[in-house]
Ligand binder design. Structure first.
Ligand code: 16G
Length: 251
């Protein structure tokens, strides 16, 4: 584990949030030094050692747990997890994904707003509640058929002028890269089964209650969250493709 005094090497107020820097230190320890089932520092220890709020320490551990690099035992803390098979879901944009299937992607914008982040969105984007975020909601189409409804939340501080952007070519990721210099290089995605509600059914052109896949994706650029998105995909039109890999070295 990092020696005491390491907090001096944290860069506060820089482009990489303190939370991400602590995560990097812990992850390096897990990858290089710590055996399976070794205890990780407690939230209290991390908070003291790095001079951060316990909430920040908890988020760091949460991320390691979410990635399968650590596991929690109630009342005892967090421990190094056994390496596991990882399904790599490529961080493709909708545009790239649909093109790679030989179809033509398109979008219909449903709303674009500047809103204060609620507690959940703020936590995901590592903002304080109430900080401004851009919300973009789109109906996504492939060969003119509705496929998904996507709601993207972007930190407004990193995307100034987004409300006026014309989203040339329809790709959000292209705009993030070309206009804001944010290249998405890391992310987490969870997928769950669901059914479509009345509004989504109408937009997607399917009966209410039809099967759907729900995606939740947090994407980072340069270590900091740039997009938190929730999407509902038609279960009858969309099949998820993943590549399968034994991720032993890069746990
Ligand atoms: C993907 C992402 C979505 C992102 C979009 C950007 C999922 C479930 N969602 O659809 O979060 O906003 O790509 O696509 O993978 P675009 O660059 O074509 O707008």
């Amino acid at each position: 584990m990092p020696a005491r005094g390491v907090e001096a090497s944290l860069q506060r107020g820089g482009p990489v949030p303190v939370y991400s820097q602590i995560y990097d230190v812990l992850r390096a320890s897990i990858d290089r030094e710590l055996p399976v089932d070794a205890p990780l520092p407690s939230e209290r220890e991390l908070a003291q050692q790095y001079g951060v709020a316990r909430m920040t320490a908890r988020k760091t551990i949460d991320r390691l747990v979410g990635e399968g690099r650590a596991y929690r035992v109630p009342g005892r803390g967090a421990f190094v997890a056994r390496p596991r098979l990882i399904m790599r879901v490529a961080l493709k944009s909708f545009t790239e994904d649909i093109r790679s299937r030989g179809m033509r992607p398109d979008s219909r914008e449903l709303s674009r707003l500047l809103v204060p982040a609620d507690d959940e969105i703020a936590a995901k984007l590592e903002l304080s509640p109430g900080e401004p975020v851009h919300l973009l909601e789109r109906l996504r189409l492939a060969d003119n058929a509705p496929i998904a409804i996507e709601r993207s939340h972007l930190p407004a501080a990193r995307t100034p002028g987004f409300l006026d952007d014309d989203l040339v070519g329809g790709s959000l990721y292209a705009v993030l890269e070309q206009r804001y210099g944010c290249v998405i290089d890391e992310g987490e995605q969870s997928i769950s089964a669901s059914s479509v509600g009345a509004r989504a059914a109408k937009l997607l052109g399917v009966p209410k209650g039809s099967a759907a896949l729900c995606f939740e994706r947090l994407s980072r650029a340069g270590g900091a969250p740039i997009e938190y998105a929730t999407s509902v995909y038609r279960g009858d039109r969309y099949q998820l493709r993943v590549t399968f890999d034994t991720d032993r070295a890069g746990r």
